[in-house]
Design a protein around this ligand. Sequence first.
Ligand SMILES: Cc1cc2nc3c(=O)[nH]c(=O)nc-3n(C[C@H](O)[C@H](O)[C@H](O)COP(=O)(O)OP(=O)(O)OC[C@H]3O[C@@H](n4cnc5c(N)ncnc54)[C@H](O)[C@@H]3O)c2cc1C
Length: 397
Amino acid sequence: MNLTHEEQAFREEVRNFLEENFPKDIQQKARNHIPLSKDDHVRWQKILFEKGWAAENWPLEYGGTGWTHVQKHIFAEECAQAYAPEVIAFGMRMVAPVIFTFGNEEQKKRFLPDILASNVWWCQGYSEPNAGSDLASLKTTATRDGDDYIVNGTKSWTTLGHWADWIFCLVKTGGPDTKAQESISFLLIDMQTPGVTVSPIITLDGRREVNEVHFDNVRVPVVNRIGDEGKGWTYAKELLTHERTGIARVAHSKVRLRDLKKLARSTPSGDGTLAEDPIFRHKVADIELDLLALEYTELRTLAAVSTGKAPGPESSILKIKGSGIGQLIDELYLEVAGHHALPFVPEQFDMAFCGDFVGPWYAADTAPHYFNYRKTTIYGGSNEIQKNIISKFVLGL
Ligand SMILES: Cc1cc2nc3c(=O)[nH]c(=O)nc-3n(C[C@H](O)[C@H](O)[C@H](O)COP(=O)(O)OP(=O)(O)OC[C@H]3O[C@@H](n4cnc5c(N)ncnc54)[C@H](O)[C@@H]3O)c2cc1C
C-alpha cells in the first residue's frame, strides 16, 4: 500500500504514542500470553480516551476520531505490532452506534460519554440457548406494565457479562401472532437490576469468558428502549453490519506468525531446529501465502470503502479466511510446543508465578489458546452462515 506523506506521518505518530503511552506491564503480559484483566483493558482504553483515540468509528460530534479507513488500518497494524489489545467492542463498537443512530437525545446524553470514557462496561444479549444463527426465534419476553417492561428469559454465550454494568438485549415485545422480526425490541438493561443473575460458562481453556444471563421478572423502564417497539430487528441488523475494521485480523496474524518463526528457530528438531524442518517450513509458507492474499483482499476492500462503497458481503470472505488462518497458526504453535503443550498448569499464567515452567515459557498458553480460538469460526455469525451469505449475495446461487 502506498501511503501518502500525511499517512506516513500518522503512522509515526501512532508508533511514538504507543511507545510512550502503552503501559509496559500490559505489553509484557500480552507478549507472554497472559490473559489481561478488566483493569488492564480499562486502563488502556482510558489512555486512548485521553488522547481522543478511543472511538475510531464514532462521528466527531460525539467524540470519535474522524479517521479515514486507511488511518484506522494503520492504527490497527501499529497496535498489533505493539501487542496493544483492541478496544473491547460491546460498548464502543456495538451499542454506541445504535444509540447515536437510533437513540433519542436523552439516551445519547445519558449513555455515550460513559462508553467513550470506559466508565461503564457493556455486554451483548442477543443469543439464547435455542437462538443463535436463527436469532429471530429468541424467546426472552418483555411485557409492558405501565412505564416498565417485565423481562423474563435467558441469554447465552454472553462474553464478559461478568465484567459488564449494562447489557443490550433483543427481547420479544409482540404477542404470539406477531411476525418474528416485527415483535423484537432493543432494550438497555442495568445489570444491577433485581432479578438479573449471571452464571459462568467455563470454556475448553478452563477460563471464564462467557456466561449465561438470566432475567427473572426484571423491571426495565420503557425509556431504556431504543427507538420504536417492534423495530429492534432493524437496529440489531444495523449493529451487525456496522462497519467492522480489522475483521480479518491480518495484522494480528502477521505478528503471531513472525513470533512463531522466531520460536521455531530455537526449537530442536532432528539434527537441527524446527525452522529447518521441510514439512514445518512448507506449512508456514502455505499460511504466509494465504495471509498475503488475504491482506490484498482486505486492502482492496479498504480501497472500495474509501471511495464511498459500503462494505458488502466481502466482509464474509474476510471473516472466513481470517478466522481459518488464525486457527492454522494456533495449530503450528501447538506443534512448536510439542508435548510441553499437554499439561494444564493455570498458575503459570499468574504474573507472580515462581514455580518451574513446564517446558519453554510460551508452551503453557498454546493449548488454551488453541481451544479458545475455535470460537472465531462460530461467533459473530458462524462461518457456515457466512458461506450462505456469499453463495446468495456474491455468487447469486
Ligand atoms: C466464545 C463465544 C462468544 C460469544 N459471545 C456472544 C455474545 O457476547 N453475545 C451474544 O449474543 N452471542 C454470543 N455468542 C453466540 C454466537 O453468536 C452464536 O454461538 C452463533 O451465532 C451460533 O449460534 P449457535 O451457537 O446457536 O449455533 P447454531 O445456530 O445452533 O449452529 C450450530 C451449527 O449449525 C450451523 N448452522 C446453523 N444454521 C445454519 C444454516 N442455515 N446453514 C448452514 N449451517 C447452519 C452453524 O454454522 C453451526 O456450525 C458467542 C459465541 C461464542 C462461541
